[in-house]
Design a protein around this ligand. Structure first.
Ligand SMILES: [Zn+2]
Ligand SMILES: [Zn+2]
Length: 437
């Protein structure tokens, strides 16, 4: 087997096992060899290694492995970031000497921009403050989003930071701080993805996806040019080749074309394998924006779905003119809508007492996520605006808050919620995708 065939096989195997490791738990793949392989990868083989290690070293080797992988995945250090930069730079170092002299001026310009952008957005998303909640920023974040009384309730204090948690914030155990609109902690940028840098993170995904796809297209064109020098009738699109050319001949010719320039050929194969993963991750994050949610919140919605499946979730109406306690809630936020419901769970599956919790009226059992409102979904365009325009005020004018006799603030504005009923959609792959980033 030639060197190129070995590299191709290696890249193919790594991509396949990455796919199994990330998506093997997906319910749609149940009872398929992928699910069996997933189980072997995460359950059978680790327990076998554990058993052997227990006999040989008394479990010291697996303990060391556990500590190392925990350090890599959950420690705050730039190991994975450096690996990512090395992968980008190494690929370009192998690809460009062979490709650059053969590229037209237009491709040289577009290629330079495509190469520069991922570095720029990587630097910006790693450097930017993701939205740290501190004593100084607290009031600003509190006035950003209202509490939805489903995923986020007023009055909760972070046990580590000691501050009241603004709606949509979460404490990051890796960074040791609360982050506003926390999505997840990403080891590739060695930073949290939150309100302050989610736009840079999306642009990093987009620019990396474009770079890998562009590299694959240019690389494939050069490989096919290599082959056509020997066989002018060759085409990468197999049906356009002469009928007499079988699949094996087509593949041998392709391998020869790859072999002619090992640098261009192997990087082309690498981009072909990795590009779908990056596009998939980008599509997932755009889908989260479409749903008006985050990776963190989509997992919370999954927990609510489990409660609903067991019949333990109840909702009732939240009046628009409810009095707010200014000690735990901002009198006004820049968000255009207010909560219309309260969502609670009970241990025994019986409706809570009428006096229990906020809201008014009868408690209704909820079976489906689509029967509850997601307060943070105000339509795709506005959700995008919220991501890409920092501190955008969704309210047309901000009148001073009206104070009633008790010093409580009333807020009657219902905002400009779109007519469509939105449901918090969640993806089963959420936690898996989160683990991948
Ligand atoms: Zn905290
Ligand atoms: Zn973090």
């Amino acid at each position: 087997m030639g060197v190129i065939a070995q590299i191709a096989l290696g890249v193919l195997a790594i991509s396949f096992f990455t796919f199994v490791a990330l998506f093997g738990r997906n319910p749609s793949l149940r009872h398929t060899p992928i699910a069996w392989l997933y189980r072997a990868m995460w359950v059978t083989i680790p327990s076998a290694i554990l058993a052997v290690d227990g006999r040989l070293t008394g479990g010291r080797f697996t303990a060391w492995m556990g500590r190392t992988s925990h350090f890599i995945m959950y420690g705050r250090h730039p190991t994975v970031l450096i690996f990512f930069v090395a992968l980008l730079a190494g690929g370009e170092y192998m690809f460009l000497p062979g490709a650059w002299p053969r590229m037209a001026a237009m491709h040289r310009f577009c290629g330079s921009v495509a190469i520069a952008l991922p570095y720029m957005f990587l630097w910006l998303s790693a450097r930017a403050d993701p939205g740290t909640v501190t004593a100084e920023t607290h009031a600003r974040w509190m006035a950003h989003y209202p509490y939805d009384f489903a995923l986020f309730h007023p009055g909760h204090r972070c046990r580590t930071c000691g501050l009241l948690k603004p709606a949509r914030s979460k404490h990051c155990g890796v960074c040791g701080r609360c982050v506003h609109k926390m999505d997840h902690h990403c080891v590739f940028i060695n930073n949290c993805v939150g309100y302050g840098n989610q736009h840079f993170f999306i642009l990093l995904l987009l620019s990396t996806a474009v770079l890998t796809a562009y590299g694959a297209c240019v690389g494939l064109a050069l490989v096919s040019e290599n082959v056509r020098r020997r066989r002018p009738e060759y085409s990468l699109w197999k049906p356009s080749c002469p009928k007499s050319m079988g699949w094996s001949e087509w593949l041998v010719l392709f391998t020869l074309g790859v072999q002619e320039d090992v640098g261009v050929g192997s990087v082309t194969l690498l981009t072909l394998m990795t590009s779908p993963l990056v596009w998939g991750l980008l599509a997932y994050h755009v889908y989260l924006i479409y749903c008006g949610t985050t990776t963190n919140e989509s997992m919370k919605w999954q927990d609510w779905q489990a409660e609903m499946d067991e019949g333990c979730a109840f909702k009732r109406a939240m009046p628009a003119d409810r009095p707010k306690n200014p000690d735990v809630e901002a009198p006004r936020t820049r968000w255009p809508v207010l909560p219309v419901q309260v969502l609670v769970r009970t241990e025994d599956g019986r409706p809570p007492a009428a006096a229990f919790g906020p809201g008014v009226g009868e408690w209704q059992r909820v079976w489906k996520l689509r029967d509850v409102e997601n307060l943070y979904d105000i339509g795709f365009v506005d959700n995008l605006t919220d991501v890409f325009v920092p501190n955008y005020s969704f309210r047309d004018e901000v009148p001073p808050p009206a104070m009633d006799g008790n010093g409580m603030t009333s807020d009657l504005e219902r905002g400009r919620r779109k007519a469509k009923t939105r449901k918090p959609k969640v993806s089963a792959a959420a936690s898996l995708v989160n683990a991948a980033t």
